[in-house]
Design a protein around this ligand. Structure first.
Ligand code: SDX
Length: 426
């Protein structure tokens, strides 16, 4: 059955095809609209606009569903390693044992950072934000690893190299910011263990790798691994569409994620909770400010463009807070404050009417604090988790035979034509 919609305007009719996704989602294909009618569509923030067909991640915002290549994120968080999840997103299926072993070996073989790249860190002012450093370092990788071929194996190496080095670069920025010796990655440690060891091992006090911290990090990174066409992924696709190299496209994704409305919210949530803990504001005052149209303040970690119910990742993160803090015998007053805020908000008609619930960032900072991650590195942790998703989305666009450069249109609202006025006449 031909599926199409009919547009009528000024007595004319235009039939536009309807696209149906594998989960029954429907879209109107408007690629002929301007040519046939001279019209474009207008959708600030693209809330109603699909940018691509994708088989990577499925989200249902009304039902709170999130699946990577068809597998529910809850099952991956329960059973998979972060490496398996990265492989699944990038290659479209889970690896068999040999493939996983080969992937692990490639990650280990490529986890060192070129010694000349280390010099870059020395020239950032102390106190530079780690997201700005990471975005710059990833972009700089093109200069150190110029042989970006198009062959399959070369592309696999490039993607794996980026996954391997991003952890090392993030840990290096932390160590250097503290004036500590850099800790090198170890082939005998897993992806998550290696990161924690590179962050916290010191010659005077060897880092004790705790199961619960490794498991919390594994779960955190799996929950952040992809999220279809969010702001930073769209940045990777748009920048990538100009046919820049992978490092430059990923660097643009890191920059977009830095924003407090996006990945930067996890740091903003902890800053908000800490302010309440300091006594300078109460939960009730924070809720009131979030509802006040005259106040630009938003309840950080609440609300989502797609989820109009509880973000499934936030559910898992909230449960993980309890388990992790108990197993590590940690009492974090910010968790009680977060719970009080959630209690107040989810009973408040403003938040109910606006479909505002906790999103992935609301509880994630509590988990990161418990494993010792400094607050200014929270968004870097999000970026490391999201990297496989960015790579998978970029690869999907490069594999598209109809891959076009992204170039949206606009509706002009400026001056009508008028002549130049010489300076003496102005
Ligand atoms: C991430 O897209 C993704 O998938 C992102 C992400 C991923 O994994 O990649 O899930 C990660 O970015 C999660 C979101 C983290 N950001 C925050 O927690 C910041 C706080 N949240 C908001 O700024 C907001 O909810 C957004 C940015 C997340 C979504 O914004 P939208 O969809 O553009 O919604 P909007 O700004 O148009 O708001 C709609 C209404 C407005 O009220 P009205 O003018 O219609 O009366 O809801 C209100 C807003 O004022 N609103 C909030 C609010 N979020 C929306 N009011 C108070 N507090 C909030 N947090």
């Amino acid at each position: 059955m031909d599926d199409f919609i009919t547009l009528t305007y000024n007595g004319k009719e235009l039939q536009l095809p309807v696209i149906t996704g594998s989960e029954g989602e429907k879209a109107i294909d408007i690629s002929r609209l301007r040519a046939e009618t001279g019209f474009i569509t207008l959708d600030p923030g693209y809330g109603n606009t699909g940018s691509c067909l994708s088989s990577i991640t499925f989200m249902d915002g009304e039902k709170g569903i999130l699946r990577y290549r068809g597998i529910p994120v809850e099952q991956l968080a329960e059973h998979a390693s972060f490496k398996e999840t990265a492989y699944l997103l990038i290659n479209g299926r889970l690896p068999n044992r040999d493939e996983l072993t080969q992937f692990s070996v490639m990650l280990n073989d490529n986890s060192l950072v070129h010694t000349d790249l280390k010099a870059f860190y020395q020239n950032f002012p102390r106190g530079s934000h780690p997201m700005g450093i990471l975005s710059s370092m990833v972009n700089a990788m093109k200069s150190f690893y110029p042989d970006l071929g198009n062959q399959e194996e070369e592309m696999t190496l490039t993607m794996t190299r980026l996954l391997a080095k991003v952890r090392t670069m993030a840990a290096m920025s932390y160590k250097i910011s503290r004036g500590h010796e850099i800790v090198l990655p170890r082939p005998d440690l897993t992806y998550c263990e290696n990161f924690l060891n590179m962050m916290f091992d010191t010659p005077v006090k060897p880092y004790e790798i705790k199961r619960e911290a490794v498991n919390a990090l594994r779960t955190f990174w799996i929950l952040h691994a992809d999220h279809e066409q969010n702001c930073s992924t769209s940045a990777v696709r748009v920048v990538g569409s100009a046919r820049v190299n992978l490092y430059a496209a990923i660097s643009s994704g890191i920059s977009a994620l830095w924003g407090p409305l996006h990945g930067g919210a996890n740091q903003a949530v902890i800053e908000m909770l800490s302010k309440i803990e300091s006594g300078s504001e109460s939960c009730a005052q924070v809720i009131a400010r979030a509802k006040d149209k005259n106040d630009p303040f938003r309840l950080m970690g609440f609300g989502h463009r797609v989820y109009k119910t509880y973000d499934p990742r936030a559910q898992i993160m909230k449960r993980m807070c309890d388990e992790l803090l108990e197993s590590m015998n940690i009492k974090d007053p910010l968790l009680d404050i977060a719970r009080e805020l959630e209690e107040l908000a989810t009973k408040d008609s403003y938040f109910i009417d606006h479909n505002l619930y906790p999103n992935v960032d609301f509880y994630s900072g509590i988990v990161l604090r418990a494993i010792g991650i400094p607050t200014n590195m929270f968004t870097v942790m999000f970026a490391i988790g999201r990297l496989p998703g960015w790579i998978a989305q970029w690869k999907e666009s490069t594999d598209d035979p109809n891959w076009k450069i992204s170039r949206p249109r606009q509706i002009y609202t400026g001056n009508l034509e008028y002549d130049y006025i010489p300076i003496h006449a102005r």
